[in-house]
Write a protein of this length. Structure first.
Lengths: 347, 347
DNA sequence: TTGAAAGCGCTAACAA
DNA sequence: TTGTTAGCGCTTTCAA
């Protein structure tokens, strides 16, 4: 019984059972080449009978590449990334390509190690979050020759192709919207202890627009914890308890902002007259809140979909486009999937 | 340049560069056997210089098993499953074992196909959601001899080991709690068009307890969409608009229930005096809501952690415990991770 | 302490 | 239409 479990049937076994050569089994299993109906049926029956499951490791070794897409994510704690993963998964479903993945928790060292681990599977391609990667990571990837897609961000220099949106522009856009409503004294609430580089870029864009308008950010609170409604609620309470609280708060994402809404609802603070709020992401759950949050909707699913499509697609051609950017390694292409300001009731 | 990319360095290349045999490189890379300091250093330098990345496909083919854990999930649209996946991921991180996964969208056929696909990687183990699997799926798994862990549920007959909790008991527990508060006329709101078997089990337990108490479920609304706050909000509106609305609503999960809370907040419906609510899961975001939802907290992360630990653990021993259950194939072990009723403000 | 040979399961290329 | 051979990159076994 145990022996039987250890002895997974191979093509050789199926061949013996069907009375043909192993090569014929290979042809039948993959539907390639010519095989007579009789033989084909005999092989298929034998395979079914033995419970044959192909060994993809052998095929992949032979092919020098595995039908796998490696996915690196900053965290699984944020819905945004499970949505990206979902986009990848959906696109891959049925294609016979599986996603393998790992999580960095926003650590560059962890990313280095993880990328090496994942590349050792010789995947068809690898998806990385953002454009910032250590020299070692870039070197490993370059040496491996694997196809790369970076997602989330396009403010920077892609290794190959980036599917995302301008985080800086999103921050700027939010600021302009809030400024247009007349707010002048702003607060900012973030999380992850500033390790989320995309959030920092949004803040950068936001800050620049605020400064250009002569307005100011009077409070900036970046909590060390991962973002959550609870953290957002607490941080909001803290910011609003200050002597001179801001008129409007920009949150690094919707979870935090929704926490802010909850605080206001619970404390009877009027939105936006007492305080205005804005988030980022446009997560679906916002639709259900009693107050419609002003936010920036991002094409998270699309980023995963496009990245996966790019990696399994036929477009193998190394496009010979001349570098418009004189910097080294600047051969990357940026695909701007855009974003959309959602003008809610909180500003 | 292209050639270089295609020619990933192998141990043979490293060996040539270091002036040793390929076997010596193998030993150095894995730190096994005896190697002199000089040789070791020479090999390591050569490997680094060439950007050598081991080919796990070859190792796995040789070993007849890959350092991979296959994970089957019903969906990535529900936070619960990304939390399970997170538990798996966290447990695997640093062990050199990666998760490969796929999503069934609650389809048994898709599960069959997916399991076959995933097993073709010869993973160390496979994690399946729930205890209900088609005959074909069970057969494939049995034939492969792969280690299995089922998660979420323990009401049934595990293939091998199940890490979960009793969904039936959870439903029953919620009913008893609500009954103890004096409610007699209940409503039920679900989603996924009844494809979520665990939700059905909870409803079963809930219904049984209600019936035993002589109370009744006057409305039952199962929406076809995946669950979300928005769906919950709409469904709640619908149920409460009826001529004789229930006094209390049991939701198949927290997302739906939170949507119910939002509806009530927006419409000025008092909770729990106008209507009482209860959910399921105990998701972290509930903490931030203005009203604390009564729910049942489940050890989702733990299910992933325990399942992963079991699959990569040393416990290879085929325990020779006698079947207490006379049914065929009933050698499974059930690990009850329990659940906890959270007595909030909504009942 | 190091090396040579064999083979894991599969497929491309060629032969019959 | 079917079969034979060689080899993908690695590790186990045995030899030096």
């Amino acid at each position: 019984m145990v022996d039987k479990a250890e002895m997974r049937p191979t093509m050789e076994d199926v061949a013996a059972a069907a009375g043909v050569s192993q090569m014929t089994v290979s042809r039948v299993m993959r539907g390639t080449g010519q095989t007579s109906d009789k033989v084909r049926k005999r092989v298929q029956d034998a395979a079914r009978l033995l419970g044959y499951v192909p060994n993809r490791l052998a095929t992949a070794l032979r092919d020098e590449t595995a039908p796998l897409i490696a996915v690196v994510l900053p965290t699984l704690g944020n819905r945004v990334f499970s949505e990206v993963l979902n986009g990848v998964q959906t696109t891959l479903a049925g294609s016979g390509v599986q996603p393998v993945f790992g999580v960095t928790e926003y650590s560059a060292e962890r990313e280095e190690e993880l990328v090496r681990d994942l590349l050792s599977w010789r995947p068809r391609g690898i998806i990385l979050p953002g454009l910032e990667h250590s020299q070692a990571t870039r070197a490993t990837i370059r040496a491996s020759g694997v196809r790369v897609a970076e997602v989330m961000d396009i403010d920077g220099d892609p290794i190959s192709v980036a599917f995302g949106m301008s985080q800086i522009a999103a921050g700027r856009c939010t600021a302009q919207h809030m400024l247009s409503k007349g707010y002048r004294r702003f607060g900012y609430i973030g999380s992850q202890g500033g390790k989320d580089l995309r959030a920092l870029k949004r803040l950068e864009g936001f800050r620049a627009a605020i400064r250009e308008a002569g307005a100011q950010i009077v409070t900036q609170l970046i909590r060390p914890e991962p973002s959550s409604m609870t953290v957002g609620r607490r941080a909001t309470a803290e910011v609003l308890a200050q002597a001179h609280p801001p008129q409007a708060i920009y949150y690094s994402n919707d979870d935090l902002a929704a926490g802010g809404i909850m605080h206001c609802l619970s404390e009877g603070i009027a939105i936006p007259s007492d305080v205005a709020l804005a988030g980022f992401n446009g997560l679906p759950f916002l639709e259900a809140l009693p107050v419609r949050l002003t936010t920036v909707e991002t094409p998270r699913l699309q980023m995963g979909v496009q990245a996966a499509l790019h990696l399994i697609g036929q477009e193998t051609d190394q496009d010979g486009n001349q570098d418009r950017d004189p910097e080294r390694h600047s051969t990357g292409r940026r695909v701007d999937l855009g974003f959309q300001l959602i003008d809610g009731d909180t500003c």
